[in-house]
Design a protein. Structure first.
Length: 131
């Protein structure tokens, strides 16, 4: 075997890597603790209301933490699922029920990684400042 063989990453590894990069871009910003709180509550909002209403909520708020999460989902979900480019909310509103469920599933799986890294990195940063 050659050392030049490209290692294939699993879907979970790709999600985790993308989420880590997303969280690293938020850590240290003045809204990072609000973002952490939003990411923690977002899955419940999606499960209660649906993905489209949850995305509409993010877009309507206009706060940096809401805009950031919407952008992160817009960067990850369409690329991973091979969806057409364009406004994420518009794209999913055109989907059939199967594709909508798959998109919801992928968005939730990505947010789980965002939540894990936000809890680890943002909380750790706040703890260091208190010492």
């Amino acid at each position: 075997m050659s050392n030049n063989i490209t290692r294939m990453q699993t879907l979970e590894q790709r999600r985790a890597a993308a989420a880590l990069g997303s969280i690293d871009s938020v850590v240290g910003k003045n809204y990072d603790s609000k973002y952490r709180s939003l990411v923690r509550s977002f899955p419940a909002y999606v499960l209660t209301n649906g993905l489209a209403p949850a995305l509409a909520f993010l877009k309507s708020k206009g706060d940096p933490e809401h805009e950031e999460l919407y952008r992160q989902l817009s960067d990850w979900v369409p690329k991973e699922l091979g969806l057409s480019s364009g406004e994420l909310l518009d794209v999913i509103l055109q989907q059939n029920s199967y594709a909508y469920m798959r998109t919801t599933q992928e968005a939730l799986a990505f947010v789980v990684w965002l939540k894990r890294f936000a809890e680890a990195k943002i909380q750790g940063k706040q703890a260091e400042e208190q010492v």
